[in-house]
Design a protein around this ligand. Structure first.
Ligand code: ADP
Ligand code: ZN
Length: 360
């Protein structure tokens, strides 16, 4: 299936389906990507091992010249040093203004390659070939960037892709933990916007976890389209985009203090979404919201409670570093019911402390 994302003046297609890696050249030609200018493919070692040769040979058969640059897997590759190496590869590979950068990988590769595309010669075309479920989230919205040693995602840009090719066959090699973590962002889109979709995720949990192609296709399409709807409305309804942060205030704090690796992003926001439900009930939502949220998340094999070794004070402190926290109160995305959330601006720290204790 194909979804068209319309943001302001610009629009681009997200193709979702099987075997798309083997039709990549045709899809690039359809989008008018020049054949004379070399393409730069950026990937990581894990993904490259499975899919780089297939992508390169398909593009070359379609008449494209390609240069590939493979980085180490993981967040450490979103650095200024690796950014410089990729730019070097682009210059040495002879890329010009009509070239495109192709991201073959998950969120890390997408952010890095996208930032290279945004900044090389003041911006060239960008194509995303996401290979994780989580990356459906970053394939809409255009945020690209890298980390600074002092702060995550501190250096970046908005750069919309020309095209997204989501080949669900590439998801078959994802480790099970990465599958569940990606499904956390998928169900988040249901929890903030579409109760039926959240229920659908629960009902189809077995097929989603088993990476059934048709089920994944529907889930990814729905997840992308909800995100696109929220992002495009945000231009009119100020701050609507904030609802996409459901579970992220607590989730980011968990990631920060647990030491990277103990929790995947999706696992941390899963716990954060349970925390938000607990807060929702404190603020008047039906008490059944908490168990319903937990059941949905655990059906996707996601964690719903905090290990007790995570210190409450340290978590609160980590949240205070989050820019949304000021003078004893914090802005929070709070669910009212499944599928409906509100952004509440002045939640007191003592409420959050209670929620964290309840999460343990
Ligand atoms: P995200 O932020 O989308 O979860 P990452 O880029 O951090 O993505 O990727 C998560 C991990 O999964 C990395 O170790 C990456 O190498 C690996 N990975 C990504 N896609 C695949 C795939 N299709 N098959 C196997 N491993 C993959
Ligand atoms: Zn997220």
């Amino acid at each position: 299936s194909t979804l068209t994302v319309q943001l302001g003046e610009r629009s681009y297609p997200i193709h979702i389906g099987r075997g798309l890696l083997h039709q990549a050249g045709e899809s690039l030609k359809e989008r008018g990507i020049a054949q004379k200018s070399p393409l730069l493919i950026v990937s990581d070692e894990n993904v490259a091992g499975f899919y780089l040769a297939a992508l390169e040979s398909n593009l070359q058969e379609s008449g494209y010249k390609t240069v590939s640059f493979v980085v180490k897997p993981g967040e450490t590759s979103k650095s200024l040093a690796v950014f410089e190496q990729v730019i070097t590869a682009a210059i040495e590979g002879g890329l010009d203004r009509n070239s495109a950068v192709i991201a073959l990988g998950g969120g890390v590769v997408g952010d890095l390659a996208g930032f290279v595309a945004a900044s090389f010669m003041r911006g060239i075309k960008f194509v995303q070939v996401p290979t994780t479920i989580l990356a459906h989230d970053s394939s809409v919205g255009g945020k690209v960037g890298i980390n600074h040693p002092l702060a995550k995602n501190m250096i970046g840009a908005f750069h919309q892709p020309e095209l997204v090719l989501y080949d669900v066959d590439t998801l078959s090699t994802l480790p099970p933990r990465e599958v569940s973590a990606g499904l956390a962002e998928m169900i988040k889109h249901g929890l903030i916007w579409d109760a039926d979709f959240a229920q659908w995720c629960r009902e189809h949990a077995t097929d989603l976890l088993a990476l059934d192609a048709a089920t994944l296709e529907y889930g990814l399409e729905k997840g992308c389209s909800i995100k696109a709807e929220v992002v495009s409305r945000d231009e009119r309804e100020n701050d609507l985009r904030a609802i996409l942060n459901l579970g992220h205030t607590i989730g980011h704090a968990i990631e920060a203090i647990a030491g990277y690796g103990e929790f995947l992003h999706g696992e941390a926001i899963s716990i954060g979404m349970v925390g938000s439900a607990l807060l929702g009930v404190k603020l008047g939502a039906d008490p059944s919201l908490v168990n319903e949220t937990k059941e949905m998340l655990s059906s996707l094999r996601l964690p719903t409670s905090l290990p007790s070794h995570l210190d409450t004070d340290r978590l609160l402190e980590a949240m205070m570093h989050d820019k949304k926290f000021k003078e004893g109160s914090i802005t929070f995305v709070v669910p009212r019911s499944i599928g409906r959330v509100e952004v509440v601006k002045d939640i007191s720290v003592s409420y959050i402390r209670e929620v964290i204790e309840q999460l343990k």
